[in-house]
Design a protein around this ligand. Structure first.
Ligand code: SAM
Length: 306
């Protein structure tokens, strides 16, 4: 439960140094308000509900200079992904050493090494140990997986404890738990209140990526991000809006901060391919020949106050 979740008092109190040791500022005197060593750069990319870490492993070599963190609420899953990253880092370091001792010009890295390194069992089963499933990385990988890490938290409650205003350039929400029943919709990780938080931590121009295999959830996402999303059941929508308004959970205003990114623009974005093919859930959907619905939203500039 939440009282067991460790979270920083504020972003300035977060210990990022233990997550990204390769990016710690060499000046020992540079400390944040929590007394922790500072990094030479901020974490910029977040995978919300990262599961077994397929997206992290896929993104790491594609964005080697960007610090990426996965956030996951389940203890066993977090342990698995942490172990997986350790294995990837160690293998990558070994490959780097081997390559520099055998040749003076190392072969370029293969991003595919990341996805073949582990293949977790289904999300419900206890995951197999990452070290037991290693298909060794043989060529150096850009960034050597030093740029990815994962931590345990409930993102629905603590996101602003970890990230300052406009700190992030990308947020990923891949195959969120669907919570099918209407009375469970408040447990969904996309909602007016949470979208306001995502807009707070994402910088103008930053992107929020979503993918789901549940069409109803995709429509829910569009409804909560797009001003002009089509409404199927007008009466139900009106009722919902009235209840949102009563609960102070209205979309009004929040949607002004988002615009959908066109398919044309997304076709050259490697992140879309990675989230569609390399997360564990996306692989499961592919095996089951399910549909995948992608929607990406750009955080617009802050509105001018009159
Ligand atoms: N994104 C991964 C993928 O595509 O393979 C995992 C998808 S899985 C269906 C959803 C994940 O979100 C689960 O691992 C779950 O534990 C996690 N999750 C659900 N609610 C969360 C929350 N409030 N904070 C952090 N993680 C959460």
């Amino acid at each position: 439960s939440d009282h067991k979740l460790d979270y920083p008092l504020s972003p300035a109190h977060m210990d990022w140094a233990s997550h990204f040791p390769a990016f710690v500022d060499p000046d020992e005197n540079k400390r944040n308000e929590g007394g922790f060593r500072q990094l030479v750069k901020d974490v910029e990319v977040v995978d919300i509900g990262c599961g077994f870490g397929g997206l992290l492993a896929g993104l790491a070599p594609v964005l080697p200079d960007t610090l990426i963190v996965g956030m996951e609420i389940r203890i066993s899953v977090l342990e698995y992904v942490t172990g997986r990253i350790q294995v990837l880092r160690a293998q990558s370091e070994q490959a780097q050493k081997t390559s520099s001792s055998t040749t003076s010009s190392p072969a370029p890295a293969q991003a595919q090494a990341s996805s073949s390194a582990t293949s977790p069992s289904p999300a419900t089963a206890a995951p197999q140990s990452p070290s037991a499933s290693s298909t060794a990385i043989t060529a150096p990988v850009p960034g050597g997986y030093q740029n990815v890490s994962a931590l345990r938290t409930n993102t629905m409650k603590f996101l602003p404890n970890f990230f300052a205003r406009e700190q992030l350039s990308k947020i990923f929400i891949c195959f969120p738990d669907p919570h099918f029943k209407a009375r469970k919709h408040k447990a969904r990780i996309v909602s007016p209140a949470l979208n306001a938080e995502y807009a707070y931590v994402l910088r103008p121009g930053g992107l929020l990526y979503t993918i789901t295999d549940v069409e109803d959830y995709h429509n829910w996402i569009l409804k909560h991000f797009e001003k002009s999303a089509p409404v199927e059941d007008a009466a139900a929508a009106e009722k919902q809006e009235a209840s949102d308004e009563r609960e102070g959970n209205s979309d009004t205003g929040v949607k002004e901060l988002w615009e959908r990114v066109s398919d044309e623009e997304l076709k050259d974005d490697p992140c879309v391919r990675i989230m569609s093919e390399e997360t564990e859930e996306s692989k499961k959907v592919t095996r089951n020949k399910g549909n995948k619905y992608v929607a990406v939203f750009r955080r617009k500039a802050n509105p001018e106050w009159p």
